[in-house]
Ligand binder design. Structure first.
Ligand code: F6P
Length: 549
């Protein structure tokens, strides 16, 4: 038993039953599962909102799914889910509520944190954002010299960058094409340099996005951006027209010199990686407009409601979370690929990396004890079909099992020319062909039947049995994006709940930050840093030598 009254996960009867079932299924091939059940292709599918989810190409039977759901019941996934939606402090190590779902709650909802309904505050900020976004888009908000704002540069990192940067890319075809919207995150000065080198400071708005407003990368870049602006405009008063802040920390925002009236607030119950539908989405809202932004929130809400109310048998985030556990914990899969067949989703997987890996990259359970079961996978992937010509070889014929999500759309975006629209079927033919090849492979007999010389037969044989989920929607809209992101948020939640880890803290990023602060004076001044290890000491010396110091 744990301190929190739970039996160690891998000692529960549900876990043991899954391990046994895995052994029983060891020699079963997807070819057999499909042959045994002609309805599998339609039966193993679910529909939520605009998303059609096909999970037939997974190494599971009805019994596997039943056993996985029993594991979810034994670990009280739905109990923790309800506690999250109620605003309980389920982020135990930071003693915080986890309420990103409140960011998309309807105006009349009541969600309380410490006895206060937070929904009116959420909508007050959304209204303030909408008003500001409209003024920038219409030209009513001008820069210090009276020029119209034509460039928006978001400065933030991690959750204060990846979400809006990804979503802007996804929804580019809905964006005002007369606005230049850029994202700066890296403390490498090259990032800010490239983002600003061709911009007119008089037409540029900087959005400084930082939940804490203490993140060194963001504050350093924001300070450099202010210097760049003031160098051109020569008047401190310009800051008020060219800088706004998105933060929970009004004090630090004011200290930086940004008018608190130009601050868009969010709250400590919104985790950084769960924040792009909060004030952190201001750059996106300016780009696509408040109405489209609200459509996106509707999409999030649709998936929230599904997760909150759908029974276990048809609950898609639960299903996807459990399938990940099936592979990670019972098939020893180390990673999970997300492979979107949409150019607009080029930053989607990078966004999911933070969502998943910062949430579930933990090795201590909520009771403070080391886990002795695997937790979050390495999440990776890039848009098809580029990946097909790079790393798919390993997915098809390598020695590692890599479960993958394929995400595609029936329609290309509306603004493509007829000629480019015609390319869409080819893109999607690849999409369908890949999951088919991964699942069913090609037997040695099939290869031989093509007249392939015997010595090449093993090389040209595809084992198959590589599991995939297919997510298909008609088109990529703001609402569909919201549905997809909320789906992954809740999938990650399910896995963290089963593994009994705190998916909402991120202590693992702290040590590097502290050490960077300690090492910096050694680089700049050659200062003696007490306790520096021999390797780092030698590297710092080489760095200084190379820089001629
Ligand atoms: O990488 C650690 C982290 O705390 C993330 O969780 C967060 O999204 C990011 O840094 C940025 O933090 P902030 O918004 O406070 O600048």
């Amino acid at each position: 038993m744990n301190a929190d009254g739970r039996t160690r996960l891998n000692q529960t009867p549900e876990w043991t039953a899954l391990a046994k079932h895995r052994e029983e299924l060891a020699d079963t091939h997807l070819r057999e599962l499909f042959a045994a059940d002609p309805e599998r292709g339609t039966g193993y599918t679910l529909r939520v909102g605009d998303l059609h989810i096909d999970y037939s190409k997974h190494l599971v039977t009805g019994e596997t799914l039943r056993l996985l759901r029993e594991l979810a019941a034994a670990t009280d996934v739905f109990g923790l889910r309800d506690a999250m939606f109620r605003g309980e402090r389920i982020n135990v190590t930071e003693d915080r509520a986890v309420l990103h779902t409140a960011l998309r709650a309807p105006r009349d909802a009541v969600i309380e944190v410490d006895g206060e309904n937070v929904v009116p505050k959420v909508h007050a900020v959304l209204d303030k954002m909408s008003d500001f976004a409209q003024r920038v888009r219409s030209g009513a908000w001008t820069g210090h010299t009276g020029k119209r704002i034509r460039n928006v540069v978001n400065i933030g990192i991690g959750g204060s960058d990846l979400g809006p940067a990804m979503a802007y890319e996804v929804l580019r075809s809905f964006a005002d094409r007369d606005l230049t919207v850029r994202f700066v995150s890296n403390v490498d000065g090259a990032d800010l340099h490239e983002a600003t080198r061709d911009l007119d400071p008089a037409e540029t708005l900087f959005i400084i996005a930082s939940k804490t407003f203490t993140t060194i990368e963001t504050i350093t870049n924001a300070t450099s951006a202010r210097t760049w602006l003031l160098h051109a405009l020569g008047d401190d008063a310009a800051v008020a027209r060219h800088f706004v802040a998105l933060s929970t920390n009004a004090e630090k925002v004011t200290e930086f010199g940004i008018d608190p009236d130009n601050m868009f607030e969010f709250w400590d119950w919104v985790g950084g990686r769960y924040s792009y539908d909060s004030a952190i989405g201001l750059s996106l809202m300016i780009a696509i407009g408040p109405d489209r932004f609200r459509e996106m929130l509707d999409g999030f809400r649709l998936m929230d409601e599904h997760f909150r109310t759908a029974p276990a048998e048809t609950n898609v985030p639960l299903l996807l979370g459990l399938l990940g556990i099936w592979y990670g914990n019972f098939h020893d899969a180390q990673s999970h690929a997300v492979l979107p067949y949409s150019h607009y989703l080029s930053k989607f997987t990078a966004y999911l990396q933070q969502l998943d890996m910062e949430s579930n990259g933990k090795s201590v359970a909520r009771d403070g004890k080391q886990v002795d079961w695997g937790t979050g996978p390495v999440v990776w992937g890039t848009p098809g079909t580029n990946g097909q010509h790079a790393y798919y070889q390993l997915i098809h014929q390598g020695t590692k099992l890599i479960p993958a999500d394929f995400i595609g759309f029936a329609e290309p975006v509306a603004e493509l020319s007829p000629e480019l629209t015609a390319q869409h079927d080819l893109l999607m033919a690849n999409f369908f062909a890949q999951t088919q090849a991964l699942a069913f492979g090609k037997t040695a007999e099939e290869v031989r039947a093509e007249g392939v010389p015997e010595e090449l037969v093993p090389h040209k044989t595809f084992q198959g049995n590589r599991p995939t989920t297919t997510v298909l929607a008609r088109e990529l809209t703001p609402s569909v994006l919201g549905q997809l992101i909320a789906l992954y948020e809740h999938k990650v939640f399910v896995q963290g709940a089963v593994w009994n880890i705190d998916s909402f803290d991120q202590w693992g990023v702290e040590l590097g930050k502290v050490l960077a602060k300690r090492v910096e004076p050694a680089l700049t001044e050659g200062a003696e840093v007490p306790g520096l290890d021999a390797s780092t000491k030698a590297l710092v010396a080489t760095y200084r030598e190379l820089r001629g110091r």
